[in-house]
Design a protein around this ligand. Structure first.
Ligand code: SAH
Length: 419
């Protein structure tokens, strides 16, 4: 993920020392910690975590994720959500759920599309639900989406910690975890979210699989290093496939649990999940990396001042989803956006835009999103759908029974076609 810290150097050092001190004292008292625990502490510790502590806005802000690069990205995803809602038979209740919304740009572009499509969406009871661990980012999201008209809950046990009304008039709620989001027909979106979830790292040795852990450096107390545990851990004996061919493997069990929760909800309430991330289909090794100020950063250096990320293993997500839901993908961002009509949308925007510098910006954004050398190929799209979505319904009774119309193809994974 390309997503960077915006603290001043002073603040950076403060965070740095407290995170490092916390980690070294923990390791000294209980022994080396797993990479997953390290990642969780560094990114989402409620006091010192990178996401919890960093302001993502301001003059120093320079991160690049697709929704920030071009409005077209969010607009096409808005069309995707509407197309899946229509294909599901236009259920009355329509919850849009986003995980880790960052600055809220993706949701904001989607909501603009929804308000332009108020005629086809008419009658649906729509609501927005954001799952966000960082109270600080939730504030930025609320500023962007509600025009700062949101209320924070005074009760710490309230599953909804912030609520409001979007500038387009929809109720919007913030939660810490998916289990707090109400049940009901939902379209779930996760953009650059799964890559931030903690991974375990394993290495094949002559004695079998062993887990890579984080330890304090024996010579330099304020430095961390990786070590290989001499014996198996619960994780190394339960999280790997018996026929695994790779010798280094990263597994993200939290991502697996989230996929199981999404699959259950999609089976019970209908709906779909769209997961968009850097990733691979079970072939890559050693993708754990840090990013700071647009550069690769040593994952163990100055913890808390840089983003940590690992490519998403879509083959693992597909395996844990099982056969309860239909999984499609991963396919490249380039293919997905082309199927959604990005070329036509670009032409329309260029026709309506007179300013040459805005035109150049639109073209540059299009290039970054779709160029195979940039985000076009490395970025992948993967969806979970209710099985009913792709089966041809039967209509009529008894002998009168006949096949209904064939289901619509899934937009993005094949060409968009709205009836
Ligand atoms: N989707 C945005 C931001 C991606 S950064 C974009 O593409 O621009 C990751 C986001 O997920 C941040 O908003 C971060 O605070 C949030 N996040 C990270 N780990 C989380 C967790 N375990 N639970 C909820 N939110 C989390």
């Amino acid at each position: 993920m390309h997503y960077f810290s915006f603290t001043t150097p002073e603040n950076r050092n403060k965070t740095d020392h407290s995170v490092l001190r916390h980690l070294t004292s923990k390791i000294k008292s209980t022994g080396p910690i797993s990479v997953a625990e390290y990642m969780r502490e560094v990114l989402t510790n409620p006091v010192s975590g990178y996401y919890v502590n960093h302001d993502m806005l301001g003059p120093d802000g320079d991160f690049i994720t697709s929704p920030e690069i071009s409005q077209i990205f969010g607009e096409l995803l808005g069309i995707w959500c509407v197309s899946e809602w229509m294909a599901a038979g236009r259920p009355k209740q329509f919850q849009l759920v986003e995980f880790g919304p960052g600055r809220g740009s993706l949701m904001s572009d989607i909501l603009r599309v929804f308000s332009q499509l108020s005629a086809p969406l008419g009658g649906a009871e729509m609501s927005c639900h954001l799952v966000e661990v960082s109270p600080r980012l939730s504030k930025l999201q609320a500023q962007c989406l509600t025009g700062d008209q949101s209320q924070v809950s005074t009760n710490e046990d309230d599953p909804v910690y912030r609520r409001g009304t979007t500038t387009t008039g929809l109720p919007i709620y913030w939660y810490r975890r998916i289990s707090d989001v109400p049940q009901g027909f939902s379209i779930f979106l996760a953009h650059e979210f799964f890559d931030a979830l903690p991974i375990h790292i394993f290495q094949k040795t002559e004695k079998g699989w062993r887990e890579v852990m984080v330890d304090v450096h024996p010579e330099t107390e304020d430095k961390l290093r990786f070590v290989l545990l001499p014996s198996a851990t619960l994780a190394s004996s339960t999280l790997l496939q018996t026929d695994e061919k790779r010798r280094h493997v990263e597994v993200c069990p939290e991502g697996g649990v989230l996929i199981q929760q999404l699959a259950c909800r999609i089976v019970e309430d209908g709906g779909a999940a769209l997961i968009m991330d850097y990733g691979h289909d079970g072939v890559k090794t050693d993708t754990f990396r840090g990013f700071k100020a647009h550069k690769i950063h040593d994952v163990l250096a100055e913890p808390g001042t840089a983003d940590l990320t690992a490519d998403v293993d879509f083959s693992y997500l597909r395996r844990v989803a099982g056969d309860r839901v239909t999984c499609i993908g991963p396919i490249s961002q380039r293919a997905f956006l082309k199927n959604m009509g990005i070329d036509t949308r670009l032409q329309v925007l260029l026709r309506h835009c007179q300013d040459p510098s805005n035109q150049a910006q639109l073209i540059q954004g299009y290039d970054i999103l779709t160029n195979p050398e940039k985000m076009g190929e490395r970025f992948q799209f993967f969806t979970l759908l209710n099985h009913r979505r792709l089966t041809t319904p039967e209509t009529g009774e008894g002998l009168q029974k006949r096949k209904g119309p064939a289901p619509l193809p899934v937009a993005g994974f094949s060409e968009l076609c709205l009836r």
